[in-house]
Design a protein around this ligand. Sequence first.
Ligand SMILES: C[S@@+](CC[C@H](N)C(=O)[O-])C[C@H]1O[C@@H](n2cnc3c(N)ncnc32)[C@H](O)[C@@H]1O
Length: 373
Amino acid sequence: MVDIKKSYLNTQSELSMKGAGYYSKKTIGAKIAIDSLQHLITDAFSKISKSNFLRFADFGSADGGTSQELWYNLIKSIRAGGDQRPVEIIYTDLASNDFSTLFRTMQGMGENVNLAYQEEFENVYVHACGTGFHRQLVTSGTLSLGFSATAMHYVSEKPCQILDHVHMVGASKLEKEKFKRQALKDWEAILCARANELKPGGRFICVNFGIDENGRYLGNTGGNSMFESFHRHWRDHLDNGMITKEEFISATFPQHYRTIEEFSRPFLGHDCLANQIGLKLNKCFTMLTKCPYQQQFEENKNTLTPTEFAKEFIPTIRSWSETVFRSAIKGRTRQQTDHIIESFYQNYENEVARNPSVHSMDYVHIVMEIERI
Ligand SMILES: C[S@@+](CC[C@H](N)C(=O)[O-])C[C@H]1O[C@@H](n2cnc3c(N)ncnc32)[C@H](O)[C@@H]1O
């Protein structure tokens, strides 16, 4: 049995996104992926049974910027349809998350003032929860609609360090198997928690990074593989004596990319977990979102230089990966650590500038609609 409380404390620093709004400013692709699912959310909402108030939750929301328009549009359509029920929306993330930026954004004190739905619509209440989503987070049977984007590939604890790579996609067979087992255990915990929280007829829309039918995953859809670049540049730092062997190994992403088969497993067979806890899988499909930075480069090759593209591209990768490499560095001054990190990303940037066309961070998601029966 995983001690979830203890393992979160150990891995939280590696899980965090860069704060102060950096995450959502630099991750346009995540927002495009979320926005493309507006119809799914609106459709799921229309099927939810009546209740006195509406409770929504956004699990693993980061600073809330990437899903703000989705929630704005949903609440707008609810009010436009004459539904004046109170709406409570709970943003959940780890305790280390930058909730302060999130609250400011929703109150219209940050970016995208025109999407500050809390200000625009009556009876809308924004809350936050800093406990991990592997546990039940709201009172049983009170959640109308749960949503989670690009968050549940984080495992609650690393089952092992990966010795000769940074991510499970490049791990040895044995290491991969350990990550797979951990991810299945976590997925079951997530499903049990949501089953408890949801009202009968409530829905959970879950958009997770994963591996699709063609073996594609984030930054690995043809052309250069992003995780191979991470590995290569981190390895160069080791070979050049900039980092120690221990620091090299510690940069193991606490992530697992599940396949459709892995996501569906708890829903298969008569005695499956889903049947026992009252969940039904209505939809499950893969979705590819093209890298907006690469697309912009392709469309503006006459005006955008490879160096400019590389300078735009690296921050989107940095927004979610930097904390993994930074927390792998042990017992050094801030200045030394900054130097290691800056030169690591600079080397990657130089690689991109040398051959820009092969670099992209296409998103590969597995989308699911789960119903509480
Ligand atoms: C890549 S960001 C995605 C943010 C946003 N949902 C989006 O799609 O743009 C992943 C988020 O999941 C959060 N996260 C990771 N593990 C978590 C856990 N166990 N419980 C809650 N949030 C978690 C991270 O802190 C981070 O904010």
